[in-house]
Design a protein around this ligand. Structure first.
Ligand SMILES: [Zn+2]
Length: 324
């Protein structure tokens, strides 16, 4: 039964995935603790994000003590020097991304399952010799100007992209416009799988990669990454609001639910937002899709965002990109 469920989830899964692209830079000093490296050449499949139409999920009885214990047993192999940072799998307390385990998907390198940190060609050396990258706070789009273009190969989805962007075009501090000759711009293009975006403004051309499974909701979500926002469940204060049910999450997806130091995230001055388009639904990445992976601290699931920017999403955008 379990393998059937896994197979089904793998099939489902291909349609919709959220991935982060972090801005990172190579740092020269490689801690002596970082010796091992592991390259996994198969892209991780993740569970489809439920729209709530699947069969009803049973309610979990949550033992916070148990889930905490499980969490501690799955610290993703961080070396002893980083034990204190075991809750920060993407980075340690200093913003270092350890290249102990990365995925190579196409020509991109993804750390800890979901964090794309750059091009394989550029990072090949450091991956093979062991090393660290430095996470940087995402760069913002200058004056909120975001030129974009839609690749001809994505012609069939152009209407969906434009509809998704309407929500952002209403925001006074953002100036989305069709690119003419601007240097820094977004390119919506056809990807190999799933929906991808870089985090913040990269400089030059940067892609938001889409496949036919990406709907308006996912496009808005990816656009939020491009604006510089990360996932809500990665907030360092999230344990005050949600309980992560680690036993129902495959080890390889644990990083999806780890916390990130606040200084690398925007929006920390607003309260935890259960309505955010950047919050994973309560059964994301579940081993058993009938169970949850994340619930409120009261033990209840929360409604899945239907695809709109929440009031707090809007507030955060307005703060980051104030109207001029
Ligand atoms: Zn995402």
């Amino acid at each position: 039964m379990k393998s059937t469920a896994l197979l089904l989830s793998s099939i489902f899964l291909a349609t919709l995935i959220y991935k982060n692209y972090f801005i990172a830079e190579e740092i020269s000093e490689v801690p002596s603790e970082v010796k091992s490296k592991q390259r996994v050449l198969v892209a991780a499949k993740k569970p489809e994000i439920s729209t709530g139409k699947s069969k009803p999920m049973k309610k979990l009885v949550i033992s916070r003590g148990r889930t905490r214990q499980k969490s501690q047993n799955n610290s993703n192999g961080l070396k002893s020097a980083y034990k204190k940072a075991e809750d920060y799998s993407f980075v340690d307390g200093k913003g270092n991304i350890l290249l102990e385990q990365v995925l190579v998907v196409g020509d991109k390198v993804i750390a800890h399952g979901d964090v794309v940190i750059g091009d394989y060609k550029k990072l090949k050396n450091i991956i093979e010799n062991g090393g660290v990258l430095k996470l940087l706070r995402p760069k913002l789009w200058t004056n909120g100007i975001i030129p974009y273009t839609i690749s001809p190969e994505l012609e069939d989805m152009a209407g969906t992209v434009e509809n998704a962007l309407k929500a952002f075009k209403k925001i006074k501090g953002l100036r989305l416009r069709t690119r003419t000759d601007e240097e820094n711009y977004l390119l919506f293009k056809l990807g190999i799988q799933d929906c991808y975006s870089f985090l913040g403004m990269q400089g030059g051309e940067q892609a938001i990669s889409l496949t036919p499974g990406c709907r308006e909701k996912e496009i808005r979500h990816e656009f939020m990454h491009a604006l510089g926002f990360l996932h809500e469940q990665n907030r360092e204060d999230r344990d005050n609001f949600v309980t992560v049910l680690w036993p129902n999450i495959p080890d390889k997806h644990h990083p999806q639910f780890k916390k990130i130091p606040g200084e690398y995230m925007y929006g920390m001055n607003t309260s935890f937002d259960f309505n955010s388009i950047m919050l994973y639904p309560p059964n994301s990445f579940a081993i058993d899709l009938n169970d949850y992976t994340m619930v409120t601290i009261e033990g209840d699931p929360y409604p899945v965002n239907p695809g709109n920017l929440s009031p707090i999403d809007l507030e955060r955008i307005n703060t980051l990109y104030p109207a001029k």
